[in-house]
Structures are given as structure tokens and as C-alpha cells.
Design a protein around this ligand. Structure first.
Ligand SMILES: Cc1ncc(COP(=O)(O)O)c(C=O)c1O
Length: 463
């Protein structure tokens, strides 16, 4: 019998989408804006990536790249995998997923539950390293017959899914009454696809991205520089490279959040609002509240909630894990960057300017006995850094010109933090970055921290 009983859907794929929009009733009471959330975590595979998976598979089938018996391969932090496995199960595809090892154990288990094969790779390697999860996925694609690489970081069908599905659904549900859309930034699919749709619909519509501290988006949007990323715990958002699915031009404002505020807000959303959501939802709501506090505007803000709490029970919702990682403690024993800046003698930030000669910069470093300096643009914004080691490399090269401008030597070997960043985190940041730049909420430079500053601060606490 091929008939469909009244009230039933033909299969679970037809249940993707149609998620509710709910007003936050407690956590954002203090802001003038009304903040609404789109509950994408209620999708059948547990996240908004169900829509992406469906669109990528349909697109692959249309283009003849996916045929019966094909194996879908993807580098995924879990949600896209769940979506692909779910849609693949209905359509008869096998799947192999590659994941970084920082991911919650529940994510790996849930993919295996769908019958997928999961390969776990180290997080702490460069994206180009053969062990990285991007490179491992590429290798598996080359080795597996009839494979189809979903490639969510570079597949236009990812942002398109949000343009044809998520955004029109939101527009219809709200009758176009939203003014601002807020979303976390991972592959950029959500923000680029939804942002494009909303901006086409309403002049003056604002798109706000939320980026975890440690990711490179924030500094890139603000300065155009690809600075040193460093690791953070919130999953699904932030990147250490620029995916082609991310359209940064669509973004009007970008807000930074740290792990602790993401996780505390996630717990609050579940406890107080009854929203059973994951860490990037806490990030997006915390970012939306910061944005609303900063603008003070009365408007309707819609925040997309990507996935559910079920994948984070052993982490964000586990007090022991939260405490071990310093997310529950009121005071971190080593304090924050603000403590550190306060503890050292007041000193001027010595900076170079674009256009200065290499000779003048060498004199500046010598005069102030410093090994690196920030370089400021004409409008007073941080443009990069210049360091002893870059000067040395330049002077040793055959075409070294000492009276030429410093500009080609300006590098992005710095990491940006806020005054609330924990000092304990600086140690790992200095593995990659030469200098730590401290910026406040208004994005103004308030201090610089070098390795020796950190050593002095830690030594003083021991004496
Ligand atoms: C939990 C979670 N939140 C947010 C995102 C970011 O969404 P997008 O990739 O569309 O930028 C992802 C993407 O992987 C995710 O898994």
C-alpha cells in the first residue's frame, strides 16, 4: 500500500524545517530590543545542518555526482554529518565522517548510531597538515570508489540551503517583522545565506555575526588581517581559515564571545528559558545581547539556535567538566588579562606607523628596548606588527633596503584577546603568536602583552 495516512509525512526528511520562533522571556529582559530565537535544534537530525545536508545531497544528485551506492564523505564537527547520515539513510547512501578530536563524545556516538563510519583526527595541527581533518577527508575521497565529497566549507549548496529554506521560512513566519539577524559563524552558510535573503527583502536590515575568541574572523573583519588563531572550547563556530562559503561582506557587525560566557548562557537558556540547546546557541544569544546593549535600539532581533543540548551533556552540562576547565569558578587563580595589565607598571604603547622607514623602526625598537611594535594605520587602527625577527630576515636578504618603507614587513603574527581573557590561556596563545593585543569592547587597543610580560607576571606571583 503506497497511500499515506492522514497526518503522516512520507519519511523523516519531510520533517526538516518548520521550526518554531520563540521570544526570550527572561535572559534578555534588560535590553530595549525584543530578542526572538529560531529553534533549529528541533530539526530531526538535531540541528539546522539537516537543511544543508538535504540541499547538498539534492544538488549532488542533480549534478550526477551522487548515484545509488555512493559513499558520502565529509569533514564535519558532527551536525552536518548527522544531517547527511539521516538524509543518506533514506536515500540509500553510505557515509564516512572525519572529525577533530575536541568534539564531544556524544557527537561521534550519534553519527555511528546512523551507521556511519567516523574517523577522529587531532585538533592541534595546522589545516594543511596531512593529519588535519580537512586533509584526511580529502585523502579518503581520493581513496574511496564512488565517493561524494559534501565539502560544506566550499560547497555553494551550503549557504544556498539557508537562502532557499531557513530564511524564507523565517520571513514567512514573522511577516518580515525582524530588523536584525544574529548567528554564529562557522562555515558561514547560515549567516551568508540568511543574510543575503533578508537584505534583499528589507533595506537597512542588519546582519550580526558572533565569533569565539581564538577564531580569526573577528580580527579579519575589523582589520583585514589573518591573525593567529588559537584554540577555544565552543564547538561549531569560529575558524582557523577562510571558507569560501563565508561571505563576510554581508556582515554589518561582528561580536566576540568567550567560552565561559557561551557556556554559562547555554546553561541559562536551558534552565531559565527551557531551551534545550548547545554551546553555539549560548554564544549566539550572548552575542545578540551584547549587540542589543551596545546599540540600545528598540527592534526585533532574531537569533538562530543551531543545535541541541543532547550532544554536550558530558561537557557544558557537566559541572565537573565545567569546573575543571575554569568555566564555573568565580575567580581563576591566575586572574585575567585585566588583572595582569593592572599589576604591571603603567607604560605607554610604543607603536610604529605605516610609511615609516625600516631605519626609523629599528631606531624605535632600540630606543625603547623592545623586540616588536604594533604598526598603526593613518586612522589610528592596528594594522599589524613588526618584530626583530622579521627585520633580521629582511636585512639578511640580498635586496634589503634600509630606507624603504616598513610596510612589506608588517605581519599579522599577533592574537587578539579581551581584558576578560584568562591569563592561563596566554601560554598556549604564545605557542603561535609573537604578541598578544588587548582590545576593549569598542575595539580600541588598550595594551600589548609579550612573552616576557607573562613571565614577569607569573614570576612576581611566586615571589
Ligand atoms: C553547533 C553549530 N553551531 C553553529 C554552526 C555554524 O553555522 P555555519 O556553518 O552555517 O556558519 C555550526 C556549523 O558547523 C554548528 O555545528
Amino acid at each position: 500500500m503506497n497511500e499515506l495516512m492522514k497526518g503522516a509525512l512520507p519519511n523523516i526528511v519531510a520533517a526538516i524545517g518548520h521550526t518554531p520562533i520563540v521570544k526570550l522571556h527572561t535572559v534578555a529582559r534588560h535590553v530595549k530590543a525584543s530578542i526572538y530565537v529560531k529553534c533549529e535544534y528541533l530539526n530531526p537530525g538535531g540541528s539546522m545542518k539537516d537543511r544543508v545536508a538535504l540541499n547538498i545531497i539534492q544538488d549532488g544528485e542533480r549534478r550526477g555526482l551522487l548515484k545509488p551506492g555512493s559513499t558520502i564523505i565529509e569533514a564535519t564537527s558532527g551536525n552536518t554529518g548527522a544531517g547527511l547520515a539521516l538524509v543518506g539513510a533514506i536515500r540509500g547512501y553510505k557515509s564516512i565522517f572525519v572529525m577533530p578530536d575536541k568534539m564531544a563524545a556524544e557527537k561521534i556516538a550519534s553519527l555511528r548510531a546512523f551507521g556511519a563510519k567516523v574517523v577522529v583526527c587531532p585538533t592541534a595541527v595546522e589545516p594543511e597538515d596531512p593529519r588535519s581533518y580537512y586533509m584526511t577527508a580529502k585523502r579518503l575521497v581520493a581513496e574511496t570508489p564512488d565517493s561524494f565529497y559534501a565539502n560544506q566549507y566550499h560547497n555553494p549548496a551550503n549557504p544556498e540551503a539557508h537562502y532557499v529554506s531557513t530564511a524564507p521560512e523565517i520571513w514567512e513566519q514573522t511577516g518580515g517583522e525582524i530588523d536584525t539577524f544574529v548567528a554564529g559563524m562557522g562555515t558561514g552558510g547560515t549567516i551568508s545565506g540568511c543574510g543575503k535573503y533578508f537584505k534583499e527583502k528589507k533595506p537597512g536590515f542588519k546582519v550580526v555575526g558572533v565569533d569565539p575568541i581564538g577564531s580569526l574572523y573577528y580580527e579579519y573583519v575589523k582589520t583585514g588581517r589573518l591573525t593567529k588563531p588559537f584554540s577555544y572550547a565552543v564547538e561549531g563556530i569560529g575558524e582557523d581559515f577562510l571558507p569560501s562559503t563565508m561571505n563576510l561582506k554581508i556582515i554589518d557587525e561582528i561580536v566576540r564571545v568567550d567560552d565561559k560566557e557561551c557556556f554559562l548562557m547555554t546553561r541559562e537558556l536551558t534552565r531559565v528559558e527551557g531551551l534545550y540547546v548547545g554551546g553555539s546557541c549560548g554564544a549566539a544569544v550572548a552575542g545578540a545581547i551584547k549587540y542589543a546593549e551596545a546599540t540600545g535600539r528598540k527592534e526585533n532581533i532574531l537569533v538562530l539556535l543551531p543545535d541541541s543540548a543532547s550532544k554536550y551533556l558530558s561537557k557544558i552540562f557537566n559541572d565537573e567538566w565545567m569546573r575543571q576547565n575554569g568555566f564555573l569558578d568565580q575567580e581563576d587563580p591566575l586572574g585575567t588579562v585585566a588583572h595582569m595589565l593592572r599589576a604591571r607598571p603603567e607604560r605607554e604603547v610604543i607603536s610604529a606607523k605605516r610609511g615609516m622607514t625600516i631605519r626609523a623602526v629599528i631606531n624605535l625598537l632600540k630606543q625603547h628596548e623592545i623586540s616588536q611594535a604594533p604598526v598603526m594605520s593613518d586612522d589610528g587602527r592596528l594594522d599589524g606588527i613588526v618584530s626583530e625577527s622579521d627585520l633580521l630576515k629582511h636585512l639578511l636578504s640580498s635586496d634589503a633596503r634600509i630606507d624603504g618603507p616598513i610596510d612589506p614587513l608588517v605581519e599579522a603574527d599577533y592574537a587578539t584577546v579581551t581584558p576578560d581573557t584568562k591569563v592561563a590561556l596566554l601560554r598556549s596563545i604564545f605557542n603561535d603568536a609573537k604578541l598578544v593585543v588587548v582590545k576593549d569592547k569598542a575595539d580600541d587597543l588598550i595594551g600589548l602583552i609579550t612573552k616576557i610580560d607573562l613571565i614577569e607576571y607569573l614570576a612576581a606571583r611566586r615571589s
